[in-house]
Design a protein around this ligand. Structure first.
Ligand code: NAI
Ligand code: MG
Length: 368
């Protein structure tokens, strides 16, 4: 059977390997039906530190770069909290993002009908909510120079971070947002602070130009980032795709996440620039961390990681039909009342990590 693609699994630490196990079963389910992937696996984070003394071994990075599509679990844990900065598990994740050039972070905020009551907002405000936040991930104030702390003559310290964006950085993230909108509800909101920031003015102007020259058919709204935060909790369903910079995206995506309920449900994708064949390097991962408080107990919710795999099918292999099917399987299992502990509701059936995986496979069987 010919392989349709190649995936590197990096399960990581804590519940990372536990939820990844269920993703492998889902991949196996598709494999048995002809959608076969070549699968590789390696260590990252604390697991890599234990073996190699570094959170990302050079050979692993090399594999990730060659294979180009990474399914990432989670890293970190109390055993590694006292390591020096460069050896900390998160450095492995940051190095992967940087080396693969993953500049576009996609964070869906999707409210499953069965979980609308778990939202921080009233159910009627979030029922049917389906937002995609597109956050620029490699530029902006987290990376801009100068970035320093200096001492002043009067004994104070002075700290500087610099928000920097170039036209091309804004253009490429804007295109990602518009392309996604075309496959969704055809609406983009671009969030910046053009009222007080020079980089915000450039952001707004550039997004508008990309819209006018390449995506005139998509509805574009410019919104100030603070107003965007307010609107997200006031009337979230007005949004489809939100495109924004690294800092605002960090905050707005966490706000949107809380509209949907548990961390155990939230997937993400990070995409690089297309190569000459139109293929992007990409990494898919749940938003949650390694959850040391519940690791090893078989109770973690695997759905965030499984939905991240659905994004992988959709964005790395253009398998939208299969991704839709997997998304429907998740909806169905929730509708049927199966819940891991983190999303447990009265009257529902509590299941373990692997039982949730089995419920998903069963739903896929019925949808096939
Ligand atoms: P966390 O996301 O690991 O956990 C926060 C809370 O949510 C915990 O109570 C946890 O039990 C719960 N939770 C998270 N995922 C869950 C799931 N799938 N099912 C059920 N419950 C779930 O964040 P925390 O506790 O701040 O960090 C723990 C470790 O993870 C730290 O070492 C941190 O540095 C690391 N981390 C790693 C990330 C990554 O690998 N991308 C992201 C965030 C944190
Ligand atoms: Mg954040």
């Amino acid at each position: 059977m010919t392989e349709q693609g190649h995936i590197l699994f990096l399960p990581g630490d804590g519940i990372g390997p536990e939820v990844m196990e269920e993703v492998k079963r889902v991949a196996g389910w598709f494999g048995a039906r002809g959608l076969v992937f070549a699968l590789d696996e390696d260590l990252v984070g604390g697991a890599a530190y234990d073996r190699h003394g570094v959170p990302l071994a050079p050979a692993t990075l090399e594999k990730a770069t060659t294979i180009g599509t990474v399914m990432f679990g989670a890293v970190g844990g109390p055993a590694y909290d006292d390591l020096p900065f460069e050896k900390r598990p998160e450095r492995g994740l940051l190095a992967l993002r940087k080396e693969l050039g993953l500049f576009a972070n996609l964070r869906p905020a999707l409210v499953f009908p069965a979980l609308a009551a778990a939202s921080a907002l009233k159910p009627e405000l979030v029922e049917g909510l389906d937002i995609m936040i597109v956050r620029e991930l490699t530029g902006g104030v987290y990376f801009g120079e100068p970035k320093e702390v200096t001492s002043l003559p009067d004994g104070q310290e002075r700290a500087v971070d610099t928000q920097v964006y170039t036209t091309s950085e804004i253009e490429r993230i804007a295109r990602v947002g518009f392309e996604l909108a075309q496959k969704r509800s055809n609406r983009v909101a671009s969030a910046e602070k053009s009222n007080v920031m020079k980089s915000g003015i450039l952001w707004k102007k550039t997004v508008q130009r990309i819209h006018d020259t390449e995506f005139a058919g998509v509805e574009l709204a410019h919104v100030l980032a603070d107003n965007c935060a307010m609107q997200l909790v006031r009337q979230p369903k007005q949004f489809d795709v939100i495109v924004t910079d690294n800092l605002f995206g960090d905050i707005l995506s966490d706000v949107a996440a809380m509209l949907t309920g548990s961390l155990g449900m939230l997937p993400s994708a990070s995409l690089g620039a297309p190569d000459q064949h139109g293929r992007r390097k990409a990494m898919y991962e749940p938003v949650h961390g390694s959850a040391p408080d519940i690791a090893g107990r078989g109770i973690a919710n695997p759905l965030a990681c499984i939905s991240s795999f659905s994004m992988l099918l959709r964005y790395s292999f253009e398998r939208g039909a299969e991704a839709d099917m997997l998304d429907r399987a998740i909806t169905r299992v929730l509708d049927e009342g199966y819940r891991t502990a983190d999303i447990m509701q009265s009257g529902a059936t509590r299941v373990s990590t692997s039982e949730m995986g089995s419920r998903i496979l069963d739903a896929l069987d019925r949808l096939a």
